[in-house]
Design a protein around this ligand. Structure first.
Ligand code: DAS
Length: 345
């Protein structure tokens, strides 16, 4: 091996091409606009997976790729049923000996929720990579083609094994746990508050850090054992807020409420009595923060969580906290256990 080789791994040339399955769900990466100048005006979820793959001959030199069309929807419309169906198919494929990695093409709006859900429930070391695009393939400087080639590159790369579910966007490799859509009009839309795990450059993955929170094979949640998810809703904190939304969600059958609080997950004085009453009725109250680049909610900071028997979401944003709360409630109805789960995942 050359004196300047970066790692002790087999060089790419010596490794047989990986078998990668692309599961397509829709989104902008499958979108189409009327003209090349339409980067924001287009229809998502139009192009079928076989056309996406056929449109990228570069993929043949990256891996043996085959596609499956699981859904063809814009991801803002994802339901819990979609999450469960997709998760079960990913687990099935990951358990297959002739699959080395899995890519999921997905809308960017809820990509972070699906990536975290899979990170928590798919018991496999194989790379699972979620990918989307901010512009349709019909637009000038469309980002979907390179994003998809990069996602397949990572899904077929043995160094991506055991890193949890990943999201590959804009040349960056993010943890499915941390990644969030921070911008909605640029191709550098996805951020991880504590930084990406690595980069993909000219067909090679470069890693700089590894996830430390529990995931995939080290998770107590197993998609093959989950048939339904409890209702968990999110209510925003803001000036002049009241407890009306929280009560409405409770009346609709929510088992837990994620409070997307201001700053440190703070709760307005006018809302505290209503939330305490809902806790008394058996709903779980989980404090997250609405800040969008790294919230950090700690117990008994600004709210007496021990006294109120509330849970804190730590650094999980509200939409991620909802995913974990749904899974946690399939396992426990105990606040201390819920809090343990939020510290560990
Ligand atoms: N509507 C968006 C979605 O499907 C389009 C996109 O950005 O992918 O998430």
């Amino acid at each position: 091996m050359g004196a300047y080789a970066q790692t002790a791994q087999t060089t790419d040339a010596a490794r047989k091409p990986a078998n990668v399955v692309v599961l397509a769900t829709g989104g902008t990466i499958a979108g189409a606009g009327a003209s090349a100048s339409n980067s924001a005006t287009y229809q998502a979820a139009k192009v079928p997976v076989d056309k996406l793959i056929a449109g990228l001959p570069e993929l043949t030199s990256v891996a043996n790729v085959r596609g499956e069309q699981v859904f063809q929807i814009a991801s803002e419309s994802f339901t819990n049923a979609n999450l469960l169906q997709l998760g079960k198919r990913v687990a099935e494929l990951a358990a297959s000996n002739d699959v080395d990695g899995i890519v999921i093409t997905h809308g960017t709006d809820t990509l972070e929720e699906t990536a975290y859900f899979l990170n928590l429930t798919v018991h496999s070391e194989k790379p699972v990579v979620v990918v989307g695009s901010m512009r349709p393939g019909t637009a000038l400087s469309a980002d979907g083609a390179l994003n998809l080639v990069n996602a397949v590159t990572v899904a077929g790369d043995p160094t991506a094994r055991g890193q949890g579910v990943l999201a590959v966007m804009n040349d960056e490799i993010h943890s499915g746990r941390d990644v969030t859509k921070a911008v909605n009009i640029r191709t550098d839309a996805f951020r991880s508050p504590w930084g990406p795990l690595g980069m993909v450059v000219e067909g090679k993955s470069y890693w700089f850090r590894a996830p430390v929170k529990r995931h995939t094979v080290n998770s107590e949640f197993d998609i093959t054992q989950i048939s339904e998810l409890p209702r968990v809703d999110i209510a925003y904190g803001y000036g002049n807020v009241s407890d009306v939304a929280y009560k409405a969600f409770a009346d609709a059958g929510a088992k837990a409420l994620i409070h997307a609080g201001t700053g440190n997950g703070s709760v307005a004085a006018d809302v505290v009595p209503g939330l305490r009453a809902l806790r008394e009725k058996g709903l779980f109250i989980i404090r997250s923060s609405r800040v969008n680049q790294g919230g950090f909610v700690l117990r008994n900071a600004e709210q007496p969580d021990d006294k109120y028997d509330w849970v804190v979401a730590h650094d999980l944003n509200p939409q991620k906290a909802r995913i974990l709360a749904m899974l946690a409630l399939t396992k426990t109805q105990d606040t201390r256990e819920l809090q343990r789960i939020f510290w560990e995942y």
